[in-house]
Design a protein around this ligand. Structure first.
Ligand code: IFM
Length: 520
């Protein structure tokens, strides 16, 4: 059977928690051959009438997100130590195109300009991360005051521009010295990390009220230690299990140390999530999709909210191999004030119980692809695929707006309607300044991507989800990890030769959305 038809059939048939695409709408007055018309005829597309009617509540926080390593550059300035990503990018052959992030977008020096641009786009929230090795060059000990001073000035600038500073404490750049002490599989890192978080809250907590301990902790553990797709590139299943447990302990210990140092602090998360749709309506596939959700989406959320891990494993959970000790439930338990997660794309999940072999795969931006031949690992035993029923972005992720609605409403239901922050969402397209149009960046595909995605977010809000913010990934094009500069996610184009910023058409459009709360 044709793959597209097969997926369509199996999805419609599957009866799990989140399923079924929305029909393709036809509207009048859409110009022939236009991108809008193309979108209408695309599987999974949102009806134009729904987009036109979409509204966001008064006071909704429109924002953008970045991460220190991806934008800052200045890799060894002002006493900064080496991070695992410095080591990775300085290793020949690791980064596509052979670039490094030594300069990246030079935001370390150009932050005032970038915050002014955010204001120009009517932004109200800026999610950024702090580089641990700028604060503690070897990961422990007294803070490097030059690092603190830098972020202090940066925060003042954000506030002057009317931006809410949303701080991610760790977005993947572990001090290399801590990797040499064993990295995240070493349980001691939970304590070092809580000290680091406490330092930040003590010195910067007068201006930061919203903290997310980790960006995508599952990826830190699995892609960094389980399959070696991200720095520090270790591929050992036990290391993955141990790293995951250390991260769960660290998340809770950090929450406590932040709150002890700053009475204004609220703590939540920035988890990477993909709605999981069972491949068929078999009980086995539905159970596999539930395991995917438990492992990839809510593993760390459950740990914080309930002090226990969700049912991600077939049979007895491998607590010994994870290094779980008696009393850890109490340590892990640290209910979050709000729940933050990203949405980029979805997964189709099937049972892989017959497959016992652990195997890796390729990195697709937010997710590791299971090896189709061998399945995933001996415990979770599911196979997760990114379907291609909808179109793919240039960065290779399927466009599936409905996934936003399904994920947001699912998390709302499962966690009793928490306050939700969408911490990242965006798409990779390579559009560049076009000379014939005075250097404009006409990135119509990105505009259409956000229109569709946001219409589905608005529908979730109308249906009761308490979403208070949306952070587009990203304010500016930046260094996309192992893919270097070969992918562009920004609303603002960066010319890496001279650091010139050009607001893309999508940026101008997003600015209007922020001003009107409509998808104009
Ligand atoms: O660039 C990354 C970011 O660091 C984490 N979330 C996904 C983005 C796009 O791949």
């Amino acid at each position: 059977m044709n793959r597209r038809r097969f997926l369509g059939t199996s999805l419609a048939a599957a009866g799990g928690a989140v399923l079924a695409g929305r029909g393709i709408a036809r509207a009048t007055a859409i110009p022939e051959g236009s991108l809008m018309q193309e979108a209408l005829e695309t599987p999974g597309a949102v009806p134009q009438a729904q987009i036109a009617a979409a509204r966001f509540p008064e006071g909704f926080l429109w924002g953008t997100a970045t991460a220190a390593f991806q934008v800052e550059g200045a890799w060894k300035e002002d006493g900064k130590g080496e991070s695992i990503w410095d080591r990775f990018t300085h290793t020949p052959g690791k980064v596509k195109g052979g670039t490094t992030a030594d300069v990246a977008c030079d935001q370390y020096h150009l932050y005032a300009q970038d915050m002014a641009l955010a204001k120009r786009l009517n932004q109200k929230s800026y999610r950024f991360s702090i580089s641990w090795p700028r604060i503690q060059p070897t990961g422990t000990g007294a803070p490097n005051m030059k690092g603190i001073d830098h972020y202090s000035k940066f925060l003042d600038t954000m506030l002057e521009q009317g931006l809410r500073p949303f701080c991610t404490i760790y977005h993947w750049d572990l001090p290399q010295a801590l990797e040499e002490k064993g990295g995240w599989p070493n349980r001691d890192l939970a304590g070092y990390y809580a000290d680091y978080a406490g330092i930040l809250a003590k010195h910067l907590g007068d201006r930061i009220t919203i903290w997310a301990p980790f960006n995508m902790p599952w990826s830190v553990a699995y892609m960094g230690y389980g399959v070696g797709a991200l720095a520090p590139c270790r591929a050992n299943f036990d290391d993955f299990l141990k790293a995951a447990h250390t991260l769960a302990l660290a998340q809770a210990q950090a929450l406590r140390s932040i709150k002890a140092a700053s009475s204004k602090a609220t703590v939540g998360s920035a988890y990477g999530m993909c709605p999981a749709y069972p491949k068929t309506d078999s009980e086995a596939d539905k159970a596999a999709a539930a395991r995917y959700h438990a492992m990839n989406n809510v593993f760390f959320l459950e740990a914080a909210m309930k002090g226990s891990y969700p049912k991600a494993f077939v049979g007895e959970p491998p607590f010994d191999r994870m290094g779980v000790r008696p009393g850890d439930e109490k340590i892990m338990h640290a209910p979050l004030d709000w729940v933050g997660f990203h949405y980029y794309t979805r997964r189709i999940v099937s049972d892989a119980s017959h497959a016992q072999t652990f195997s890796g795969g390729g990195f697709s931006g937010t997710e590791i692809e299971a090896d189709p031949a061998t399945g995933r690992d001996p415990y979770t035993r599911f196979r997760a695929e990114m379907p291609t029923e909808g179109p793919l972005t240039e960065s290779g992720l399927e466009v599936w707006p409905r996934g936003m609605y399904d994920l947001v409403t699912q998390i709302s239901r499962e966690y009793d309607h928490p306050i939700i922050e969408i911490t990242e969402s965006g798409c990779g397209y390579l559009d560049a300044p076009y000379e014939k149009e005075n250097g404009r960046v006409p990135d119509a595909r990105r505009i259409e991507w956000f229109r569709q995605e946001l219409a589905e977010l608005s529908r979730a809000i109308a249906d009761g989800a308490r979403v208070r913010s949306f952070h587009a990934w990203s304010l500016i094009d930046n260094f996309e990890w192992g893919n270097g500069h070969t992918e562009r996610y920004g609303l603002i184009y960066v010319d890496y030769r001279d650091q010139k910023r050009t607001i893309k058409d999508s940026g101008l459009w997003y600015g209007r959305v922020a001003a009107t709360n409509r998808l104009v």
